[in-house]
Write a protein of this length. Sequence first.
Length: 216
Amino acid sequence: MKGESAMRLILLGAPGAGKGTQAEILSALLGIPTISTGNILRAAMSEGTPVGLKAKEYVEAGRLVPDDVIIGIIRERLAKEDCANGYILDGVPRTIPQAEAMEAMGIAIDKALSIEVDDETIVERMSGRRTCTNCSRTYHIINNPPKEEGKCDFCGADLGIRKDDMPETVKARLETYHRDTEPLKAFYAERGKLLKVENQPSIEATTAEIRKSLGI
């Protein structure tokens, strides 16, 4: 592991495990950016970078963007100055072929941090999630409630339940995770890079466990 301010991390965990929330906290703690695949894909397409234009062709044709294009966009993003001291990857790699493609392209990773949450807890947790209909900030009716019920703290818009957070959708997403993404734990364990963090009763307690396991 490099110095405290230089960590190249991947966050692993099922949908609803709290990766996005913990990525934000770690990003602020370590002063390194969180790289979310969806965000950088949109940015690369709007900036019209060579790989972004390639991705746009697939998206506009209603086809899945292939792994090599996605990894190319990530490599472009990681070459920017703000990633010089490290970065947090959230949402990629999703599969072993993606992880292999990242290695082949020389994208370095120090640790893969897996937030361990059982399926039952995730279904329960997701059904309590509320998303702002305007700015997309997320809340939870128990763990992270808004100051005013049903209203976003930041922009005051109404909160709603995304289709993604409905129990049937969550169960289908969990099946996909167990089939395609969970094998990455063994992939990184073989390389001596896997750290497991058990789910804690609060966001703060999970952060404390993550800090302990990373030694920060």
